[in-house]
Design a protein around this ligand. Structure first.
Ligand code: IMO
Ligand code: MG
Length: 419
């Protein structure tokens, strides 16, 4: 059987939570493979709303098993809070979630280091969510990290103390004033809480499942925040493209089936870094308002702009996207004219490629479409969609060379058209 992958193709916040929740009805297993509590995946169903951070978005499906893969960085404190909140609704979280022993642990001092690093960068800061993501992956790569499986070792407290010491020295050298002990008690309590979950060798566990069942892999962040292919250094610290699913779960590329690429009908970005189609005028303001573009994790207003097909095509290429999923086109219902960027002028030269130079001057070249001026939110069938909207979709499919298989017209599970 196959590992189908859901990925964000822009700068995050494309609506991955909703789509995984919708698709999870067809998959017995959902797995997160990278990122951590920097993610905020929003789910709306039966009049309820949830924002998931580290818990896979299959959690509310009665028969779905959820895996936190080895590529994830897990903050026991946040995870505990999240799980306890979900458990209040009657969901048996400890039965529905298994965690890879090889996932790395976010310590409270990783979060402090995140804050110290950002403070040191001043104006050039990344705009991190400050959840400790970068410092935890740094320790993983430099071979200093602690993993979930380590909590079972008798000398875990000593190993923790050694890593904390290292961090305290770093924080001291950076002159960052903080109390490294502040959350230590909460951390150890949360580590005890973690022990209720089945801690597994994810690679064996998932390959065993794949012998008889399909698995849905849930990406966090987006392709343009990928550590290699995003707008470095304004990126997150993990592989957000399709390859990350193989590395972050222990699954061979041969096992990848569908690659679902999610994008919004416009673009948003939180934090710093290039955003060629960003709008600074009332159109951008209108998108932010209609789309309610405020961070699910940090509450920060998101930067908004027109759809960027150059960046999107790049993301489709990197991950070999087989099926596109378009979100929030209903937010464009009241626009007279809709623009999409089809090429750039980079430092004065025409280009249809995402540039290497993060600091280049990138001017978007737009194609304009007549707006459909129709309320799409009630549409549940392809035949109900206005002609202008269908033309717009056909143009994108032609440009990107991949079919748009799902159109989402509202946050609820039901507001979804399968094509
Ligand atoms: P979901 O899964 C949007 C952004 C941050 C910052 C940069 C680095 O909800 O789509 P980090 O905390 O990783 O050090 O931040 O990446 N970022 C996100 N933006 N959605 C996310 O996740 C994000 N996770 C990180 O704003 O610019
Ligand atoms: Mg988010």
């Amino acid at each position: 059987m196959k590992l189908d992958v859901v990925l964000g193709l822009q700068w995050g916040d494309e609506g991955k939570g909703k789509i995984v929740d919708v698709l999870a009805g067809n998959y017995p297993v959902v797995a997160r493979f990278q990122g951590g509590p920097n993610a905020g995946h929003s789910l709306h169903f039966e009049g309820k709303s949830f924002v998931l951070r580290s818990v896979p978005s299959g959690i509310f499906r009665k028969d779905a098993q959820n895996i936190v893969g080895n590529g994830v960085v897990l903050d026991p404190i946040t995870f505990r809070g999240e799980c306890e909140n979900i458990a209040k609704t009657g969901v048996p979280v400890t039965e529905r979630i298994v965690i890879s022993k090889k996932a790395h642990l976010i310590l409270p001092t990783h979060r402090l280091l995140d804050a110290a690093n950002e403070a040191a960068m001043g104006k050039g800061k990344i705009g991190s969510t400050l959840k400790g993501i970068g410092p935890t992956y740094t320790d993983k790569i430099s071979r200093n990290g602690l993993r979930v499986g380590d909590i079972l070792a008798a000398d875990f407290p000593e190993r923790y103390a050694r890593l904390k010491d290292r961090h305290t020295k770093q924080l001291g050298q950076m002159g960052f004033e903080c109390n490294p002990d502040a959350e230590e008690a909460a951390f150890f309590e949360a580590v005890e809480y973690l022990k209720q979950f089945k801690l597994v060798d994810c690679e064996y566990y998932i390959n065993d499942i794949l012998k008889t069942q399909s698995v849905l892999a849930e990406g966090a962040q987006g392709s343009m925040l990928d550590i290699d292919y995003g707008s470095y250094p304004f990126v997150t610290s993990s592989t957000t493209s399709c390859a990350g699913a193989c590395v972050g779960l222990g699954v061979s590329p041969h096992n990848i089936g569908h690659v679902y690429g999610i994008f919004k009908a416009y673009c948003t970005r939180v934090g710093s870094g290039p955003f060629p189609t960003e709008l600074f005028d009332e159109t951008g303001e209108k998108l932010r308002k209609i789309g309610n573009e405020f961070g699910a994790v940090t509450g920060r207003p998101r930067r908004c702009g027109w759809l960027d097909l150059v960046a999107l095509k790049y993301a489709v290429m990197i991950s070999g996207v087989t099926d596109l999923i378009m979100m929030k086109s209903d937010c464009l219902d009241s626009f007279e004219t809709i623009k999409v960027c089809t090429s750039y002028i980079v430092d004065g030269q025409p280009s249809d490629q995402w540039p290497f130079d993060t600091y280049a001057d990138i001017q978007p070249v737009y194609q304009e479409f007549k707006g459909w001026n129709t309320d799409l939110t009630g549409c549940r069938n392809e035949s109900e969609l206005p002609a202008e909207f269908r033309d717009y979709i056909a143009f994108m499919e032609n440009y990107l060379g991949v079919p748009i298989k799902i159109i989402s017209l509202g946050p609820d599970r039901d507001a979804t058209i399968m094509r």
